[in-house]
Design a protein around this ligand. Structure first.
Ligand SMILES: [Zn+2]
Length: 228
């Protein structure tokens, strides 16, 4: 029981705490205007051009904090509070997404691996609830169902693990570019970018820990070592 709490509830709490930190860092630094006066969209466009990337479209999406780079469609999607804002938070996030576009252009290995694992991750995420429900309805499946669940979590763990260097590297690039291109001033502004991007990085660590917790739990059930 204690082990279950540690492996399942612990990571959930860590995840919630990480989410909270992202939201509070973002809401604090979205109110601080960067002296460069550039919006997230303008900064993204300028960074892409400087990196010699001319086939990536910068567009506005409606999702709050749903900013992402889509390597398949070569789109840099920015949420309204990033796209049209010249806050320290907006520039940090816009530059981070550009970091992914630059990784794609340079064929950065972890991004390539991540793209390769995405299809299996999508299949597994869709199958997982059905396998878990199936295991409840047909207890006769027993260990076979648990084995299938463990395999699903193993795939998800690999995906989350590969995501870590991809995200850390994008933020590292973003911080350097923003300073080099004079979009963010050293000192308070750069500190704000660090806070926002580091908080976001922590959510990926939490996601990995959560999947690892699930995987360990099911592996222990399989090996009959549930710690009772
Ligand atoms: Zn990212």
């Amino acid at each position: 029981m204690m082990l279950w709490i540690l492996l399942m509830i612990g990571p959930v709490l860590l995840g919630l705490w990480a989410q909270h930190r992202v939201k509070s860092a973002f809401s604090k630094w979205k109110q601080v205007a960067a002296t460069s006066g550039m919006t997230g969209a303008q900064a993204a466009q300028k960074i892409l051009t400087a990196a010699n990337i001319h086939d990536v479209e910068v567009l506005e999406i409606r999702d709050m904090l749903g900013d992402h780079y889509d390597p398949a469609k070569k789109r840099l999607c920015l949420s309204p509070e990033v796209y049209g804002s010249s806050s320290v938070a907006a520039l940090g996030i816009a530059a981070h997404e550009c970091g992914h576009a630059i990784q794609h252009q340079k064929a950065y290995a972890p991004l390539q691996w991540r793209m390769a694992v995405v299809p299996s991750t999508m299949i597994v995420s869709r199958a997982l609830p059905f396998i878990i429900i199936g295991a409840f309805i047909f207890p006769a499946l027993g260990m076979k169902a648990i084995m299938a669940v463990a395999v699903c979590y193993a795939v998800l763990a690999v995906f989350q693990l590969i995501t870590l260097p991809v995200e850390f590297d994008a933020s590292r690039r973003a911080k350097i570019i923003l300073k080099e291109m004079g979009m963010i001033q050293a000192g308070t502004e750069a500190g704000g970018v660090d806070k926002v991007l580091d908080a976001a990085a922590l959510t990926y660590v939490a996601a990995f820990v959560a999947v690892l917790g699930q995987l360990s739990y099911y592996l222990m059930v399989l090996t009959g070592n549930r710690g009772r």
